[in-house]
Structures are given as structure tokens and as C-alpha cells.
Design a protein around this ligand. Structure first.
Ligand code: FMN
Length: 190
């Protein structure tokens, strides 16, 4: 795996939501900040809104690695350069957002063997979303971090009230720290 320019293992924190008015950027940045402080690894945010990946323009299945479109090649390179991942995803209708599945499905081998920390949020912390992501990651031979932090959203937050992660999810900070430590332990040594 290619080391980051810092020489430290690179962790991509992929945001699961592109919705207007989403909470995802605030939560993903918060998780990345905790991860950076806790592990010293190189955490980088990836906003899928900046990665338009059409669902219908690749003639070959991703498992072949034969990508025809420049955007798919760029995405493949981005995923291939990473040493580990964090998915920060909301629960949508007992699952996870289609945009995240689409981004996952655009590659195949690039995910193999890499550690993944799953962080979810929703009315009950997004446990059903986490279970689905876990199954998909297992199918891609990713190495799952045992701790899966779950951030419970209050009703007001679901309806759009601003979130201050440090105070609203103070109780979950130890879980996030623990998950990041486990991720770092599974990442390749610098
Ligand atoms: C399409 C959609 C479906 C949702 N389904 C669920 C659900 O099944 N369970 C839940 O707890 N919250 C659900 N919610 C509420 C989300 O957890 C909440 O709106 C969250 O803030 C969404 O993340 P985002 O703001 O980053 O997009 C749903 C929200 C949307 C937009």
C-alpha cells in the first residue's frame, strides 16, 4: 500500500450522506479529529458530494478493475491509496444511503484486506445501518474494527436542529476513541 506523503498510514473518512442540510460533515469532521488526536494517523475527509459517480456508465463489473471512465479511475486511485477507512453514515430507512453503496460498488479489489471502522448515527444510533454496512464490508474482505460507535440523534436533530458533537455525543466519545485505536492497531505500520 502507498504510504501518505506524511509517511503515516492514510485513513479516509468517507461521509455517507450528500443530502442538503445534512449533519454528516460535522460528524465526520468530529470523528476524524478524535481519530487524529488519538492515533496520530493521517485522517482525510472524503465528501461523496465532490465525487459524482454515475451508476450507469461502466460496461465492466468492478471486480475486473477495467474502468473506462476518468471519474471511476480517479475514485479507484483514491481508494487504492488509502490504508484504512472510516465510514460515517446515517441510517436511512433501516439501511444506509444509496450514495454510499454506489461509491462502494464502483470499486472492488481496492477495498480488500483494509481495516474499516463503521460509525453510524440515527434515532437509535443507526444500528440497522451498521449491520448492513458490516455485511457488505465482509463481502469485500475488509477487516472490521470490532467497536462500532453509534450516535443517537434526538428528535430535534433528526428534524434539523444543529449538532454540537462534543457536547451532544459526550457519552459516545470513549467509544469513538476506542474504535479509532482499534483501527490504528489494524493499519499497516508506517
Ligand atoms: C431518507 C431518510 C430516511 C431515514 N430513515 C431513518 C431510519 O430508518 N432510522 C432513523 O433512525 N433515522 C432515519 N432518518 C433520519 C436520519 O437519521 C437523520 O435525518 C440524519 O440526520 C440523516 O443524516 P444526514 O443529516 O447526514 O443526511 C432518515 C432520514 C432520511 C433523510
Amino acid at each position: 500500500m502507498t504510504p501518505a506523503p506524511t509517511g503515516k498510514p492514510k485513513v479516509l473518512v468517507i461521509m455517507g450522506s450528500v443530502r442538503a442540510g445534512r449533519h454528516c460533515p460535522a460528524l465526520a469532521a468530529w470523528v476524524a479529529g478524535i481519530g487524529q488526536a488519538e492515533t496520530g494517523l493521517d485522517f482525510e475527509l472524503v465528501d461523496l458530494a465532490a465525487w459524482p459517480l454515475p451508476m450507469d456508465d461502466e460496461p465492466n463489473i468492478p471486480a475486473t478493475g477495467l474502468y473506462m471512465q476518468p471519474h471511476t479511475r480517479k475514485w479507484s486511485e483514491k481508494i487504492a491509496e488509502a490504508d484504512a477507512f472510516v465510514f460515517v453514515s446515517p441510517q436511512y430507512n433501516w439501511g444506509y444511503p444509496a450514495v454510499l453503496k454506489n461509491a462502494i460498488d464502483h470499486c472492488h479489489r481496492e477495498w480488500h484486506g483494509k481495516p474499516l471502522l463503521i460509525v453510524t448515527y440515527g434515532g437509535h444510533g443507526g444500528d440497522k445501518c451498521a449491520a448492513q454496512l458490516r455485511q457488505v464490508a465482509e463481502g469485500l474482505d475488509m477487516r472490521l474494527v470490532p467497536t462500532m460507535p453509534a450516535l443517537p440523534l434526538a428528535r430535534g436533530m433528526i428534524l434539523g436542529a444543529a449538532i454540537t458533537p462534543d457536547t451532544d455525543f459526550r457519552e459516545q466519545i470513549p467509544q469513538v476513541r476506542q474504535g479509532c485505536r482499534e483501527l490504528a492497531a489494524m493499519a499497516p505500520a508506517p
